[in-house]
Structure formats: C-alpha cells, structure tokens
Design a protein around this ligand. Structure first.
Ligand code: SF4
Length: 345
C-alpha cells in the first residue's frame, strides 16, 4: 500500500483521484474504477505498488515499437488492474482482477530489483506493459527515475487515459509513449470500454510528443464491425498526420476473438490492407500491419529512396540501413530513436 501522489481530499472523508481522466470521486473505504486506488480513512492509496503480475525480457518490437531502439530488449513489467474494461481485452486475467483471482502469483518487485533484473538480462530499457501502467503510477514513476540514473530507456505501453498532470510528473523520465488509439468515435469508445471523453487520449498523446519530446507510436486493433469503417480509419490517420506528424508509425493490428468478443471473426487481412492504404492516402509514411507475421509491411522501407532500412519477421529484427534516425542511403529523416539519436539521458 502506497499513498497516492495525485489526489484531492473532499468533504465527508471522500477523495478524488487525479491519476487518470476518470478522476474518480471515491467514498470512504471504497475503490476507484480501476480497483487499484482505494480510500482508506480519507486518504487515497495505491494497492499494488511493486506487485508485479508478469515479467519478461521482450524484444522491443513486441510492444510494438518499431522506430525505437530496434532489435533491443525491453525488461517488460506488468501489474494488476486497468482503468478500462475493454470487451476484447487480451490480458483480462491481470487487467480485471475482480473477474479472476487477484494477486495469485504476484511478485514483489521494488524499483531497484527491477533495474537489477533488467541489467542482468541484458535489457537496454524498461517497459511497463501487459496492463495499464497508470494504475500503479507511483511505482512506474519511482522506477522510471531510477532507470534513467542507470542509463536505461523507459517505455509506457498505455491506453493514454492518464491526466495531463500525471503525464507531466513522469514526462521528464519517459522516453516512449506507445499509445492505443482504439477507434475514432464517441460511440466506439463508449461501446468498447464505456469511456465518456476519449478525446483526452489524443490531447495527452500530443502533449507527450510536444512537451516531453517522447517518441510516440500509435496502435489500433481493428475489430470487425466496430472500428473498421473508412470514416474512423480516415479520421485517425488524418489526426496522426496533423497532430503527431507524418513520420509517426501507425500499427494496424489484427483482432482475434477473445474475452467478451468471441462471437466476432478475426480481422480479414484485406481489412488491414485497406487501413494501410487509408494511412498512405492520408500521407503517413510508416504503417505496419500487426499480428500477421511475414506481411510485407513489417519491414521499414525509406519513403524517399525506397531502400530497405529495417528487416523484420515476427520478432526477428535486422537493422540494415540506419544512421542515427536517418536513412543511411539517402539521408532522409525516418523518425527513429537509437542510442545515437538519444533517449533522455
Ligand atoms: S487511476 Fe483508478 S482511481 Fe484513479 S481516476 Fe483512474 S480509474 Fe479512478
């Protein structure tokens, strides 16, 4: 149990949490939407500080991050709980602990231990992933500060619903913002995850890039009949181009039936390719079809000279044409972060 960093005391021993954009108002001895912040005697506490559910040394491409330290290993840590309750959650056993059995297999992983393990397993950085990092915000913040002292890069794999003030607290210590923008309509976000004001996700992603100079990549899991219409895909592609820049990677990933959406089919490859074409028409330079090993879009090809820059197959990655963040053949800027290009250290 760890006292929450961004909370506000209200009358009647109630508290308001300012970690994510739900801004839950929590009564005495009650918990917020994520179940991980709880009001104890009029003070807000995080219940899962340093309680890891999952730990692995993953290729950074698995996050997926394709333009950030390619072919490196990220020490990947997941906790418990989520502030979204998506119908198709792939990790619901850890993200919805009230539906499964919480804390079974939980491992105490203080920040210092996480750093030591990352170094022992030859990882170049740390990623908070598998569940939503904001629901153990204080832990990720303490760990990110320590990671920077040890010259490790830091990555949030997130649904992006953090508040601007929480982002500003961790911004100086975070290098990459791998954000899901799951769709592009009120109806979709309400239907999938009961999120009332999803546009806040866009505002925070822009802030991560502009204010904190984070490397940003966007993932959209394309779910048949829910977010696969041209209108949402075009809206999303244009927003990325206009607000994050045409060099921002957009991963359009294949949905597989899961959790409460088992009745839907897997995404046809033709739908992913339509999304790819929509992204290209909007002017995006890097669109990757995900969960389809061997698809031609897995590689990074320079948009200027057409030469292969990074070869990928599944999680096997070979850098063949990069010089810092640029194409080594023609010098075009390709928006890569590499050790030379610099994370925040
Ligand atoms: S982090 Fe949890 S308790 Fe805090 S506002 Fe978000 S959902 Fe509510």
């Amino acid at each position: 149990m760890h006292e929450a960093m961004l909370s506000e005391k209200l009358s009647g021993a109630r508290v308001r949490c300012h970690i994510c954009q739900w801004r839950c108002q929590i009564g005495p001895e009650r918990a917020g939407v994520c179940h991980m912040y709880r009001n104890r005697g009029g003070t807000l506490y995080n219940m899962n500080y340093a309680q890891a559910s999952s730990v692995a040394a993953d290729p950074i491409e698995k996050k997926p991050l394709f333009h950030f330290f390619p072919a490196s290993l990220a020490f990947s840590i997941g906790g418990w709980g989520c502030n979204f309750h998506c119908q198709h959650c792939q990790n619901w056993e850890i993200s919805c602990p009230e539906e499964s059995e919480p804390w079974r297999g939980s491992r105490d992983l203080p920040p210092q231990t996480a750093i030591e393990l990352a170094q022992r397993y030859h990882c170049q950085g740390i990623a908070w992933t598998y569940n939503e990092p904001t629901v153990w915000f204080e832990y990720t913040l303490d760990s990110a500060k320590l990671a920077k002292q040890h010259h490790l890069y830091t990555v949030y794999v997130t649904n992006g619903y953090i508040t601007p003030e929480a982002l500003d607290a961790i911004g100086p210590y975070l290098d990459a913002w791998r954000v899901d923008i799951k769709g592009f309509s009120d109806a979709f976000y309400r239907n999938l995850a009961k999120i009332p004001r999803w546009q806040g996700i866009l505002e925070v992603a822009k802030r991560a890039k502009e204010k904190w100079r984070m490397h940003v990549e966007v993932v959209t899991n394309i779910i048949p009949t829910m977010n696969d219409d041209d209108q949402q895909l075009e809206g999303l592609a244009r927003w990325i181009r206009d607000e994050l820049g045409e060099l921002t990677p957009w991963h359009v990933t294949r949905f597989y039936p899961h959790h409460h959406l088992r009745h839907l089919p897997a995404t046809p490859i033709s739908t992913l390719e339509r999304a790819y074409d929509i992204g290209r028409s909007a002017g995006l330079k890097f669109i990757y079809a995900g969960n389809v090993p061997g698809h031609h879009s897995e590689n990074t090809v320079c948009y200027s000279c057409g030469k292969l820059v990074v070869r990928r197959f599944g999680y096997q990655t070979e850098v063949v044409g990069l010089e810092g963040s640029k194409c080594k053949f023609c010098g075009a800027e390709l928006n890569f972060r590499t050790p030379e290009g610099g994370a925040k250290w």
